[in-house]
Design a protein around this ligand. Structure first.
Ligand code: KG4
Ligand code: ZN
Length: 436
């Protein structure tokens, strides 16, 4: 279990108690009252189990990280070659109590000192989300705490406001993870316009797959392993085609690039996947490094090109935008950070990129997003101490963040697809609590 070195001692303060009025029709009065209290007194426990990491953290209303704990499932990834939902669920169940307890212990607090519990309710793997939501309800029920249901991708975006306290809406955000590639215009908490998404795979998935094909050591994750090897290679050695240049939009595609890399690996006549890099000859290692570097340059160039266009679109809609936020697991990559910093600066924007430990999945981003919603009066009242056996959890495995922007058309369009939950933004616009 990896702990981030963020623990600080904390003076106990009286527990912040919200106004019990969770609906947005009364949100402004709640907001005013809540904001007038000392933010130090607001303390939220965040729980994250949407994919393969079990994470919890305690964060105060003024953005102080009181503890954070992450238990990763890297060993399972190694064994199964990807996230196997049933295995991931079992791994979460095995550690969730310990992770949450450790987050509380490290913050020197108990459940009695908390103001609320925030938990990721989607998008993600339903079996995994269920473990976090069930734990959050048990803690909230026991200590009579309100619950805030959090959108995982919103949490990746909003954690930037914890890091950069001057970051105001509106801003542009590129969110890059194992399951998502999103370009969004963030107008307010809970209010997003989706400028682009992936039409097939996300960039993190491509990093993970290619790292496996190259026979890399995946114990610390495919993305970091590929990034490290790419440093040894010539990024211009192979000229992969940059995806989707003919499409003048902000969407992404990584499936075609993956196939190009697969063919390049096959053309070396070495079965890299079954021969670990540690045993490779120096020329074999060099050829793997060249493939990794060439892939990384092309994959990131695709991000750069889409970001350039998104900046243009976003500034046309909101000329006051000053910042580009880049977050999600892949944003912990140093090459990605430096290239996107260049793009931001070239366009007169500043780059806000959380430190790597807050880019990959973590409980801090969930706690902080919980705080942002809580202060606006968006939360659910405390659950009963014990849920009835047939209780149906509110989890949203497929849950868009915002309305889809149609370039050239006047308005954003609601994303409506089969089995998808209405977007977070459409719920917020209609008005309601975080959990409807
Ligand atoms: O946001 P995240 O932790 O989990 C999801 O929401 O998916 O992102 C995980 C993804 C994985 O695909 C992982 O390989 C990738 O982020 N990643 C990286 C790096 N660190 C993590 N990709 C490239 N370079 C890295 N240094
Ligand atoms: Zn994530």
């Amino acid at each position: 279990m990896a702990e981030e070195p963020h623990f600080r001692t904390f003076q106990k303060k009286p527990r912040f108690r919200p106004q019990p009025l969770p609906f947005s029709s009364t949100a402004s009065s709640v907001e005013a009252t809540n904001r007038s209290r000392s933010l130090d007194d607001l303390v939220v426990l965040g729980i994250e189990t949407s994919c393969d990491d079990t994470a919890a953290a305690v964060v105060s209303g003024n953005g102080e990280i009181l503890s954070q704990v992450v238990s990763s499932q890297a060993d399972l990834l190694l064994r199964f070659g990807g996230v196997a939902p049933k295995m991931a669920e079992e791994a979460h169940i095995l550690v969730i109590d310990q992770v949450v307890q450790q987050a509380l212990d490290n913050s020197k607090l108990t459940g009695n000192d908390l103001s609320a519990v925030a938990v990721t309710i989607g998008p993600g793997l339903s079996l995994c989300l269920r473990v976090g939501v069930s734990k959050a309800r048990r803690v909230a029920g026991r200590f009579n705490l309100p619950i805030v249901g959090v959108h995982h991708m919103e949490a990746h975006a909003l954690v930037a406001r914890l890091i950069e306290r001057d970051l105001q809406f509106p801003f542009l955000a590129l969110l890059i993870s194992g399951g998502h590639n999103l370009l969004i215009l963030a107008r307010d908490v809970g209010h997003y316009v989706q400028l682009g998404t992936t039409i097939d795979d996300a960039i993190g998935e491509a990093y993970d797959k290619i790292a496996r094909w190259l026979g890399l050591d995946l114990s610390k994750g495919g993305g970091p392993a590929l990034e490290e090897l790419a440093c040894e290679g010539d990024s211009y050695f192979l000229k992969f085609k940059v995806p989707m240049r003919q499409h003048k939009d902000c969407n992404f595609s990584y499936a075609g690039l993956k196939t190009q890399v697969r063919l390049a690996i096959e053309s070396t006549n070495i079965c890299m996947e079954s021969s670990p890099i540690a045993t490779a000859s120096s020329s074999d290692r060099k050829s793997r490094a060249n493939i990794a570097a060439s892939f990384q340059r092309t994959a990131v160039l695709h991000l750069e090109e889409r970001c350039e266009r998104a900046i243009e679109w976003a500034l046309a809609m909101e000329p006051s935008i000053k910042c580009l936020v880049v977050s999600g697991g892949v944003a912990s990559n140093q090459y990605v950070r430096s290239r996107l910093n260049y793009v931001a600066e070239k366009n007169g924007l500043c780059l806000v990129c959380p430190p790597p430990c807050l880019c990959t999945d973590n409980g801090v981003m969930v706690a902080w997003t919980g705080i942002e919603h809580f202060l606006l009066g968006r939360f659910d009242l405390p659950p009963p101490a014990n849920d009835p056996e047939d209780f149906v959890f509110d989890i949203r495995p497929r849950w868009p963040l915002g309305e889809e922007y149609q370039h050239g058309k006047s308005d954003a369009r609601s994303v409506k697809r089969a089995r998808m939950y209405p977007s977070l933004t459409s719920i917020m616009i209609k008005g309601g609590s975080s959990q409807q």
